[in-house]
Design a protein around this ligand. Structure first.
Ligand SMILES: [Zn+2]
Length: 349
Protein backbone atom coordinates (compact mmCIF):
# COMPACT_ATOMS: atom_id res chain seq x y z
CA UNK A 1 0.00 0.00 0.00
CA UNK A 2 3.01 2.26 0.05
CA UNK A 3 2.31 5.05 -2.41
CA UNK A 4 4.54 5.10 -5.41
CA UNK A 5 5.17 8.57 -6.75
CA UNK A 6 4.15 9.08 -10.33
CA UNK A 7 4.74 12.09 -12.45
CA UNK A 8 1.99 12.07 -14.95
CA UNK A 9 2.37 15.26 -16.91
CA UNK A 10 -1.37 15.03 -16.73
CA UNK A 11 -1.94 18.70 -17.06
CA UNK A 12 -5.24 19.52 -15.56
CA UNK A 13 -3.86 22.12 -13.19
CA UNK A 14 -6.00 24.58 -11.34
CA UNK A 15 -4.94 27.80 -9.72
CA UNK A 16 -6.71 27.81 -6.43
CA UNK A 17 -9.35 25.61 -4.91
CA UNK A 18 -12.80 26.35 -6.16
CA UNK A 19 -15.95 24.71 -4.99
CA UNK A 20 -18.40 24.01 -7.77
CA UNK A 21 -21.67 22.28 -8.10
CA UNK A 22 -21.39 19.28 -10.38
CA UNK A 23 -21.05 20.61 -13.91
CA UNK A 24 -23.46 19.63 -16.59
CA UNK A 25 -21.20 17.60 -18.78
CA UNK A 26 -20.07 14.06 -19.17
CA UNK A 27 -20.19 13.83 -15.43
CA UNK A 28 -23.90 13.73 -16.15
CA UNK A 29 -25.08 10.51 -17.64
CA UNK A 30 -25.38 7.60 -15.25
CA UNK A 31 -22.82 9.22 -13.23
CA UNK A 32 -21.46 10.41 -10.01
CA UNK A 33 -23.98 12.87 -8.79
CA UNK A 34 -25.42 13.31 -5.38
CA UNK A 35 -28.91 12.45 -6.51
CA UNK A 36 -28.27 10.01 -9.33
CA UNK A 37 -26.25 6.98 -8.23
CA UNK A 38 -27.59 5.14 -11.22
CA UNK A 39 -24.42 3.16 -11.89
CA UNK A 40 -24.26 2.15 -8.27
CA UNK A 41 -27.87 0.97 -8.18
CA UNK A 42 -27.69 -0.98 -11.43
CA UNK A 43 -24.45 -2.64 -10.31
CA UNK A 44 -26.06 -3.71 -7.04
CA UNK A 45 -29.06 -5.16 -8.86
CA UNK A 46 -26.71 -7.14 -11.12
CA UNK A 47 -24.83 -8.40 -8.07
CA UNK A 48 -28.02 -9.52 -6.31
CA UNK A 49 -29.29 -11.25 -9.44
CA UNK A 50 -26.00 -13.09 -9.92
CA UNK A 51 -25.92 -14.16 -6.27
CA UNK A 52 -29.45 -15.51 -6.65
CA UNK A 53 -28.34 -17.46 -9.73
CA UNK A 54 -31.02 -15.79 -11.84
CA UNK A 55 -28.79 -14.17 -14.43
CA UNK A 56 -30.67 -15.80 -17.31
CA UNK A 57 -33.22 -13.06 -16.73
CA UNK A 58 -32.99 -10.65 -13.81
CA UNK A 59 -35.92 -8.77 -12.33
CA UNK A 60 -35.78 -5.15 -13.38
CA UNK A 61 -37.33 -2.25 -11.48
CA UNK A 62 -40.98 -1.63 -12.28
CA UNK A 63 -40.54 2.13 -12.31
CA UNK A 64 -38.20 4.98 -11.37
CA UNK A 65 -39.29 4.99 -7.77
CA UNK A 66 -38.39 1.33 -7.36
CA UNK A 67 -34.93 1.95 -8.77
CA UNK A 68 -34.56 4.98 -6.52
CA UNK A 69 -35.22 2.79 -3.49
CA UNK A 70 -32.36 0.37 -4.21
CA UNK A 71 -29.92 0.48 -1.28
CA UNK A 72 -26.83 0.76 -3.44
CA UNK A 73 -24.36 1.21 -0.60
CA UNK A 74 -25.03 -2.36 0.48
CA UNK A 75 -23.53 -3.52 -2.80
CA UNK A 76 -19.97 -4.71 -3.45
CA UNK A 77 -19.25 -2.73 -6.58
CA UNK A 78 -20.42 0.84 -6.06
CA UNK A 79 -16.92 2.23 -5.82
CA UNK A 80 -15.49 0.16 -8.66
CA UNK A 81 -18.34 0.95 -11.05
CA UNK A 82 -17.38 4.62 -10.80
CA UNK A 83 -13.86 4.00 -12.04
CA UNK A 84 -14.23 5.16 -15.69
CA UNK A 85 -15.81 8.39 -14.47
CA UNK A 86 -13.22 8.92 -11.76
CA UNK A 87 -10.17 6.88 -12.78
CA UNK A 88 -7.77 8.74 -10.53
CA UNK A 89 -9.88 9.21 -7.41
CA UNK A 90 -10.41 12.94 -7.76
CA UNK A 91 -14.14 13.16 -7.14
CA UNK A 92 -14.17 13.92 -3.45
CA UNK A 93 -14.76 17.11 -1.44
CA UNK A 94 -11.16 18.27 -1.99
CA UNK A 95 -10.84 17.36 -5.64
CA UNK A 96 -14.24 18.19 -7.02
CA UNK A 97 -13.30 21.78 -7.82
CA UNK A 98 -10.41 20.61 -9.98
CA UNK A 99 -12.64 18.09 -11.75
CA UNK A 100 -15.32 20.72 -12.34
CA UNK A 101 -12.85 23.11 -13.93
CA UNK A 102 -11.10 20.51 -16.05
CA UNK A 103 -14.01 18.41 -17.22
CA UNK A 104 -16.94 20.77 -16.92
CA UNK A 105 -15.39 24.11 -17.78
CA UNK A 106 -12.88 23.17 -20.43
CA UNK A 107 -9.61 22.80 -18.56
CA UNK A 108 -9.02 19.46 -20.24
CA UNK A 109 -9.14 21.11 -23.64
CA UNK A 110 -5.46 21.92 -23.58
CA UNK A 111 -4.46 18.41 -22.72
CA UNK A 112 -6.19 16.12 -25.16
CA UNK A 113 -4.16 13.30 -26.56
CA UNK A 114 -4.17 14.81 -30.01
CA UNK A 115 -2.49 17.92 -28.68
CA UNK A 116 0.22 16.27 -26.63
CA UNK A 117 1.75 13.02 -25.56
CA UNK A 118 -0.62 12.18 -22.74
CA UNK A 119 -3.37 14.18 -21.17
CA UNK A 120 -4.10 12.19 -18.07
CA UNK A 121 -6.74 9.60 -17.45
CA UNK A 122 -9.55 11.84 -16.27
CA UNK A 123 -9.42 14.18 -19.24
CA UNK A 124 -8.96 11.36 -21.72
CA UNK A 125 -11.73 9.26 -20.27
CA UNK A 126 -14.29 12.04 -20.42
CA UNK A 127 -13.19 14.10 -23.39
CA UNK A 128 -10.38 12.36 -25.23
CA UNK A 129 -9.36 9.09 -26.75
CA UNK A 130 -10.81 6.86 -24.08
CA UNK A 131 -14.49 7.66 -24.48
CA UNK A 132 -15.08 4.10 -25.64
CA UNK A 133 -14.95 3.23 -21.95
CA UNK A 134 -18.35 4.97 -21.81
CA UNK A 135 -19.72 3.47 -25.03
CA UNK A 136 -19.19 6.71 -26.94
CA UNK A 137 -17.23 7.76 -29.99
CA UNK A 138 -13.68 8.76 -29.10
CA UNK A 139 -13.19 10.91 -32.22
CA UNK A 140 -15.69 12.89 -34.21
CA UNK A 141 -14.89 11.03 -37.43
CA UNK A 142 -14.93 7.59 -35.83
CA UNK A 143 -17.21 5.14 -37.61
CA UNK A 144 -19.62 2.87 -35.70
CA UNK A 145 -17.46 -0.09 -36.73
CA UNK A 146 -14.40 1.59 -35.23
CA UNK A 147 -16.22 2.39 -32.01
CA UNK A 148 -17.40 -1.20 -31.78
CA UNK A 149 -13.87 -2.50 -32.36
CA UNK A 150 -12.55 -0.33 -29.53
CA UNK A 151 -15.33 -1.46 -27.21
CA UNK A 152 -14.67 -5.12 -28.05
CA UNK A 153 -10.94 -4.74 -27.43
CA UNK A 154 -11.50 -2.87 -24.19
CA UNK A 155 -14.03 -5.43 -22.96
CA UNK A 156 -11.57 -8.25 -23.67
CA UNK A 157 -8.74 -6.52 -21.85
CA UNK A 158 -10.83 -5.43 -18.87
CA UNK A 159 -12.22 -8.96 -18.62
CA UNK A 160 -8.72 -10.42 -18.50
CA UNK A 161 -7.71 -8.02 -15.73
CA UNK A 162 -10.93 -8.52 -13.76
CA UNK A 163 -10.75 -12.30 -13.96
CA UNK A 164 -7.05 -12.58 -13.16
CA UNK A 165 -6.09 -13.79 -16.64
CA UNK A 166 -3.92 -10.70 -17.15
CA UNK A 167 -1.00 -10.25 -14.74
CA UNK A 168 -1.56 -6.80 -13.17
CA UNK A 169 2.18 -6.47 -12.55
CA UNK A 170 3.12 -6.75 -16.22
CA UNK A 171 4.52 -3.66 -17.91
CA UNK A 172 1.55 -1.64 -19.13
CA UNK A 173 2.80 -0.92 -22.64
CA UNK A 174 3.98 -4.50 -23.19
CA UNK A 175 0.60 -5.86 -22.20
CA UNK A 176 -1.45 -3.34 -24.17
CA UNK A 177 0.70 -3.43 -27.30
CA UNK A 178 0.55 -7.23 -27.37
CA UNK A 179 -3.16 -6.79 -28.05
CA UNK A 180 -2.49 -4.68 -31.12
CA UNK A 181 -4.59 -1.86 -32.45
CA UNK A 182 -7.03 -0.33 -31.85
CA UNK A 183 -6.42 -0.72 -28.11
CA UNK A 184 -2.69 -0.02 -28.36
CA UNK A 185 -3.28 3.15 -30.34
CA UNK A 186 -5.74 4.38 -27.74
CA UNK A 187 -3.98 3.43 -24.53
CA UNK A 188 -0.28 3.05 -25.30
CA UNK A 189 0.42 4.91 -28.55
CA UNK A 190 3.88 5.69 -29.82
CA UNK A 191 5.30 8.41 -27.62
CA UNK A 192 3.35 7.37 -24.53
CA UNK A 193 5.76 8.61 -21.88
CA UNK A 194 5.39 5.95 -19.20
CA UNK A 195 6.32 2.72 -20.98
CA UNK A 196 9.65 2.84 -19.22
CA UNK A 197 10.63 4.37 -15.94
CA UNK A 198 12.96 7.31 -15.63
CA UNK A 199 15.16 8.06 -12.67
CA UNK A 200 16.57 11.26 -14.01
CA UNK A 201 15.26 14.53 -15.31
CA UNK A 202 12.74 16.92 -13.87
CA UNK A 203 10.06 14.29 -13.48
CA UNK A 204 11.42 10.88 -12.49
CA UNK A 205 8.77 8.19 -12.55
CA UNK A 206 8.42 4.42 -12.55
CA UNK A 207 7.21 2.52 -15.59
CA UNK A 208 3.48 1.92 -15.64
CA UNK A 209 2.26 -1.54 -14.88
CA UNK A 210 -1.16 -2.80 -15.90
CA UNK A 211 -2.33 -2.08 -12.37
CA UNK A 212 -1.23 1.55 -12.68
CA UNK A 213 -4.15 2.24 -15.01
CA UNK A 214 -6.58 1.08 -12.34
CA UNK A 215 -4.83 2.08 -9.15
CA UNK A 216 -3.73 5.68 -9.58
CA UNK A 217 -4.68 8.45 -7.21
CA UNK A 218 -4.41 12.16 -8.00
CA UNK A 219 -5.41 13.58 -4.66
CA UNK A 220 -4.00 17.08 -4.89
CA UNK A 221 -6.81 19.64 -5.10
CA UNK A 222 -4.62 21.89 -7.22
CA UNK A 223 -2.87 19.82 -9.86
CA UNK A 224 -2.73 16.32 -11.31
CA UNK A 225 0.84 16.73 -12.48
CA UNK A 226 1.99 14.40 -9.73
CA UNK A 227 0.00 11.40 -8.62
CA UNK A 228 0.42 8.23 -6.59
CA UNK A 229 -0.39 4.64 -7.29
CA UNK A 230 -1.16 1.79 -4.99
CA UNK A 231 1.47 -0.94 -4.98
CA UNK A 232 1.66 -4.58 -3.93
CA UNK A 233 -1.51 -6.43 -2.99
CA UNK A 234 -3.47 -3.17 -2.91
CA UNK A 235 -2.69 -2.54 -6.57
CA UNK A 236 -3.59 -6.08 -7.59
CA UNK A 237 -6.92 -5.90 -5.77
CA UNK A 238 -7.69 -2.45 -7.17
CA UNK A 239 -6.92 -3.57 -10.71
CA UNK A 240 -9.26 -6.54 -10.52
CA UNK A 241 -12.02 -4.59 -8.77
CA UNK A 242 -11.88 -1.56 -11.01
CA UNK A 243 -11.65 -3.62 -14.20
CA UNK A 244 -14.82 -5.42 -13.09
CA UNK A 245 -16.39 -2.05 -12.41
CA UNK A 246 -15.27 -0.81 -15.82
CA UNK A 247 -17.13 -3.66 -17.51
CA UNK A 248 -20.33 -2.94 -15.58
CA UNK A 249 -19.91 0.78 -16.33
CA UNK A 250 -19.44 0.14 -20.05
CA UNK A 251 -22.59 -1.97 -20.16
CA UNK A 252 -24.64 0.55 -18.19
CA UNK A 253 -23.45 3.65 -20.05
CA UNK A 254 -24.35 2.08 -23.38
CA UNK A 255 -28.01 2.26 -22.36
CA UNK A 256 -27.88 5.98 -21.60
CA UNK A 257 -29.62 8.08 -24.21
CA UNK A 258 -26.80 10.58 -23.77
CA UNK A 259 -24.33 8.01 -25.05
CA UNK A 260 -26.07 6.01 -27.75
CA UNK A 261 -29.16 6.05 -29.88
CA UNK A 262 -31.26 2.97 -29.57
CA UNK A 263 -34.88 2.79 -30.70
CA UNK A 264 -36.17 5.85 -32.50
CA UNK A 265 -34.00 8.35 -30.70
CA UNK A 266 -31.56 8.72 -33.59
CA UNK A 267 -29.70 10.88 -34.28
CA UNK A 268 -29.69 13.56 -31.61
CA UNK A 269 -31.99 12.68 -28.81
CA UNK A 270 -34.39 12.69 -27.17
CA UNK A 271 -32.33 12.58 -24.05
CA UNK A 272 -34.93 11.48 -21.55
CA UNK A 273 -33.78 9.06 -18.86
CA UNK A 274 -35.25 5.95 -20.50
CA UNK A 275 -33.47 2.64 -21.02
CA UNK A 276 -34.29 1.05 -24.37
CA UNK A 277 -33.30 -2.60 -24.82
CA UNK A 278 -32.86 -2.40 -28.57
CA UNK A 279 -29.74 -2.46 -30.79
CA UNK A 280 -27.46 0.56 -30.76
CA UNK A 281 -27.95 2.56 -33.94
CA UNK A 282 -25.47 5.33 -33.24
CA UNK A 283 -22.73 6.18 -30.76
CA UNK A 284 -22.70 9.83 -29.79
CA UNK A 285 -19.67 12.09 -29.60
CA UNK A 286 -19.54 14.24 -26.53
CA UNK A 287 -18.57 17.43 -28.34
CA UNK A 288 -21.74 17.07 -30.39
CA UNK A 289 -24.16 16.68 -27.54
CA UNK A 290 -22.49 18.24 -24.53
CA UNK A 291 -25.18 20.87 -24.09
CA UNK A 292 -27.90 18.24 -23.88
CA UNK A 293 -25.86 15.38 -22.48
CA UNK A 294 -27.00 15.73 -18.91
CA UNK A 295 -30.70 15.72 -19.81
CA UNK A 296 -30.69 11.94 -19.43
CA UNK A 297 -29.08 12.28 -16.03
CA UNK A 298 -31.79 11.31 -13.66
CA UNK A 299 -33.27 8.08 -12.47
CA UNK A 300 -34.16 6.11 -15.62
CA UNK A 301 -37.12 3.91 -16.27
CA UNK A 302 -37.02 0.75 -18.36
CA UNK A 303 -38.90 0.85 -21.66
CA UNK A 304 -41.23 -1.99 -22.63
CA UNK A 305 -38.50 -3.33 -24.93
CA UNK A 306 -36.58 -4.45 -21.81
CA UNK A 307 -39.39 -6.86 -20.92
CA UNK A 308 -39.97 -8.15 -24.43
CA UNK A 309 -37.36 -10.93 -24.39
CA UNK A 310 -35.52 -9.62 -27.44
CA UNK A 311 -31.93 -10.22 -28.45
CA UNK A 312 -30.70 -7.19 -26.51
CA UNK A 313 -30.62 -7.78 -22.77
CA UNK A 314 -31.46 -5.24 -20.11
CA UNK A 315 -28.40 -3.80 -18.33
CA UNK A 316 -29.10 -5.57 -15.03
CA UNK A 317 -29.17 -8.99 -16.67
CA UNK A 318 -26.17 -8.21 -18.85
CA UNK A 319 -24.22 -7.09 -15.78
CA UNK A 320 -25.16 -10.23 -13.87
CA UNK A 321 -24.04 -12.41 -16.77
CA UNK A 322 -20.76 -10.53 -16.94
CA UNK A 323 -20.16 -11.13 -13.23
CA UNK A 324 -20.79 -14.86 -13.73
CA UNK A 325 -18.34 -14.99 -16.64
CA UNK A 326 -15.65 -13.18 -14.63
CA UNK A 327 -16.00 -15.86 -11.96
CA UNK A 328 -15.57 -18.56 -14.60
CA UNK A 329 -12.55 -16.82 -16.17
CA UNK A 330 -11.59 -19.52 -18.69
CA UNK A 331 -10.88 -18.94 -22.39
CA UNK A 332 -14.47 -19.64 -23.40
CA UNK A 333 -15.72 -17.24 -20.73
CA UNK A 334 -13.53 -14.49 -22.18
CA UNK A 335 -14.94 -15.02 -25.65
CA UNK A 336 -18.46 -15.13 -24.25
CA UNK A 337 -17.88 -11.91 -22.32
CA UNK A 338 -16.88 -10.02 -25.45
CA UNK A 339 -19.81 -11.55 -27.35
CA UNK A 340 -22.12 -10.57 -24.50
CA UNK A 341 -21.13 -6.92 -24.88
CA UNK A 342 -21.17 -6.90 -28.66
CA UNK A 343 -24.26 -9.01 -29.37
CA UNK A 344 -26.49 -8.87 -26.31
CA UNK A 345 -25.68 -5.35 -25.02
CA UNK A 346 -24.90 -3.31 -28.15
CA UNK A 347 -26.69 -5.65 -30.53
CA UNK A 348 -27.03 -5.02 -34.22
CA UNK A 349 -23.78 -4.04 -35.82
ZN1 LIG B 1 -19.44 6.79 -17.98
Amino acid sequence: MKPNLLYLAAGCGLAGLLVFAMPSGPLGAYNISAKGRVHERLAYLSQLCREAGQQAGCDIPADRKTLQQVKWKQGKYWRAVRWPDDPTGQINPLGIGKVAVNVGLGGCGNYRNDKGSFSGLLCNSHLGKLQFMHAMRSREAETPAETRALIAAWAGFAFDVASGRQDPQENFCTAIRARGDPLAAALAPEGFPFCEGSETGARPHPAWRVSTLFAMRCRSPISSGTCNELTGDGAIAAARDNARGALLHLIEDSYSRSHTARAESKPTGPYQPVIDCLPVREFYFYEDNKKRHSAADSMPEFAASCRAGGAVLDPVTAGAQMLALIERSDDAAQREAVALVMDRVLGGG
